[in-house]
Design a protein around this ligand. Sequence first.
Ligand code: ADP
Ligand code: MG
Length: 371
Amino acid sequence: MARIELSDLAHSYKPDAKDARDFALKPMNLTWRQGGAYALLGPSGCGKTTLLNIISGLLTPSHGQVLFDGRDVTGLPTEKRNIAQVFQFPVVYDTMSVYENLAFPLRNRGMAGKAVDARVREIAGLLEMSGELGRKARGLTADAKQKISLGRGLVRPDVAAILFDEPLTVIDPQLKWELRSKLKALHRALDVTMIYVTHDQTEALTFADTVVVMHDGKVVQAGRPDELFERPAHTFVGYFIGSPGMNVLPARVEGASAHVDGAAIALSRRYDIPAGKRIEIGIRPEFASLTPAGEGLPVTVERIDDLGRTRLARVRLGGHAFAAGVPDALSGIGATAGVILRPGHVHVYADGELLEPDDSEWRRKPPPSGA
Ligand code: ADP
Ligand code: MG
């Protein structure tokens, strides 16, 4: 059991790193709570495996510290960190039986006799492999081997954390869904910190109570799934999470309104705009709705996608592609229409980062107590 802290952590694979581009991980400070279920989410190449290997001790960071429960473990190898790690591809001993494979991590840590047997059978049961304990790993399918790898990661009851690096890549889709639900249930039962790396938002959002989103070597947001949805801290989060992702439009913002290609968009608060930054607004399709021409912001309709339970309009707002929901009652949609945006859900970004509204007026005139 451990709380894991990354303190001014950064990593370059190059011994002579000079600028930010030489760093696979840009400087970060992050705490992983004891017992949390985390997903580390981001596209291929953003640094997820690098970060995971630094936490497990397979890789020593070029800068900064890793702390477990306040103790500096930066220089300690994996064995001394009491961590279990499950990789993308199966790591099993082909010549051993399924049983021996599962028992190995326990015996290796000095557990013996009945305790080993009980634990092996418990984990095999969870993974629905009880009937295969006597079989040699060699003859098994890739799916089954990966289940053994998961079992080997989960079997030790005493680990500080279990790290999973895209563990379900080789598993077929139906089984993937089942295993993910099992991992979630196991997390509840075990009270162990779990960090689950994936590039798949659905996997991340269903497994984790906290999703850590990475982009280009940086952690751009760590939050609950609903926070990532409601308030993306970075345009990348808005775009990467959601399907389709958040609409991001270049804008000029003045006070409490944004201007996009001549269309004025009301914001819920006033903003102080920093000079020299690229300003954009972001709004998720779920908070934009199509309306008859003559109402809202004028758009041209490109197509309507029927998604089963909902419809999604693909339109152009000025020169920009834009996605908006279509209310059930709206029919007879022509080539032109309007969109209505919910002001509280229009966010302002400066160089990709969420800008806080200007609260100076609020501070000058505090609300009456109790408000
Ligand atoms: P992810 O797991 O998100 O796909 P990685 O952590 O594997 O990303 O890679 C992050 C960056 O570091 C990539 O640009 C990758 O090419 C680079 N990288 C990864 N491993 C090494 C290595 N052993 N040596 C040099 N560069 C590496
Ligand atoms: Mg990786």
